[in-house]
Design a protein around this ligand. Structure first.
Ligand code: OSB
Ligand code: MG
Length: 371
């Protein structure tokens, strides 16, 4: 088949509640939904996970839109995709653009989704996944106070979430962790700082070692590995890198440096499925724990996260929660739901097209362009 059409739709969906991290607060989810159409008429979907503001990494919805429209999508038009080799080579067509992984990932993943659909093979099988169900953790945003945090955590644990991640920042770190640990001594617990500290805080961060955390995610700068390696030397708690890993080359360097013991993989942050598979293999070979992060995705991004999480190297619960964690109504139906408390089923659907609720999606479209 040949790629004959590309459509970008920008959506703005209300979040059920604001999500706060050390970088700021989000009230709405803005997403770019990419569809690629083959000359056969088949359609593939993917979601670009860039956020509205450059607070997590430097990409934004607007930079992704511009780069997709101007540089990436034109390179994909007319391209023949008839084998798995063609599929694995899609990302190479975008390597002339420096950076902009989230923009690249959205197009690459839409082609994988299309290929799965046409081949009649579930995406997770195409990727080499082996699990039929995956465990789910929860990422709890920064709360106004510790009492409200405890209430939230209690509610999520009652729903069955298997691991709790607390967002921390200077001034909201030791006290909330201590409070959660005191009430829930055995819960798998971790923290995510989204780059809110520096190496000068090493002494302070060492106090976290007392709480038996699974890991501390991205304590230091978003583009650093060297200081993380120095910090890991001083901490018992394993460091997990999120922002700092944008490619398999980054993962290899982080492993060599000893900058982390755990990797949070986000498909968008690493440029798509093919690069994600390389990082998966590196972590597996290097004995690092690996899990799939989240970007407050709509159901389209969630289904893709679930597909990749079915691979054997994903050793810890991820952040991909049921749709109703963030949305009153998702743009896929049925929405992502627990198969049993704390677990999501890896469903045998070839591509997400059959699950997309176009009427629900169209309700939130604020801008559209076609090639
Ligand atoms: O750092 O993992 C992060 C959300 C947006 C940007 C960055 C992060 C997050 C989350 C939430 O932690 C994950 C989710 O529930 O989708
Ligand atoms: Mg993170």
């Amino acid at each position: 088949m040949r790629i004959s059409g590309i459509r970008l739709r920008k959506l703005r969906l209300p979040l059920r509640e604001p999500f706060e991290a050390s970088y700021g607060v989000e009230n709405d989810k803005v997403a770019v939904i990419v569809t690629v159409t083959a000359d056969t008429g088949a359609v593939g979907y993917a979601e670009c996970v860039a956020m509205s503001a450059p607070l997590y990494t430097e990409e934004t919805v607007e930079t992704a839109w511009y780069v997709l429209r101007t540089f990436l999508a034109p390179r994909l038009m007319g391209v023949e995709v008839s084998s798995r080799e063609d599929l694995h080579a899609i990302g190479k067509r975008f390597s002339f653009v420096r950076g902009h992984q989230m923009a690249k990932a959205a197009l690459e993943m839409a082609v994988w989704d299309l290929y799965a659909h046409v081949a009649g093979v579930p995406l997770h099988r195409l990727l080499g996944g082996t699990r039929s169900e995956i465990p789910v953790g929860i990422s709890v945003g920064i709360q106004p106070d510790t009492r409200q945090l405890l209430r939230k955590v209690e509610g999520y644990l009652a729903q069955g979430f298997q691991r709790v991640k607390i967002k921390i920042k200077p001034g909201f770190d030791m006290a909330p962790v201590q409070a959660v640990r005191a009430v829930f001594p055995d819960v798998p617990l971790m923290v995510d700082a989204n780059s809110a500290y520096t190496l000068a805080d090493a002494e302070h961060l060492r106090r976290l070692d007392a709480f038996g955390l699974l890991m501390i995610e991205q304590p230091l700068a978003w583009d650093d590995m060297v200081d993380h390696a120095a910090l890991q030397q001083q901490l018992e708690t394993p460091i997990c890198l999120d922002e700092s890993i944008r490619s398999a080359a980054d993962a290899r360097k982080a492993i060599e440096l000893g900058a982390c013991k755990v990797v949070n993989l986000k498909l968008g942050r690493v440029g798509g499925f093919a690069e994600a598979l390389r990082i998966h293999d590196l972590c597996q070979d290097g004995g690092l724990d690996l899990w799939c992060g989240g970007m407050l995705e709509t159901g389209i991004g969630r289904l893709h996260n679930i597909a990749v999480t079915s691979l054997a190297g994903f050793t810890l619960p991820g952040d991909t929660a049921p749709s109703d964690r963030y949305f009153a109504e998702d743009i896929i139906s049925p929405p992502v739901e627990f198969s049993r408390p704390g677990m999501l089923a890896v469903e045998e659907i070839p591509g997400v097209a059959s699950r997309v609720n176009e009427a629900a999606l169209e309700k939130w479209v604020v801008e559209e362009t076609r090639l």
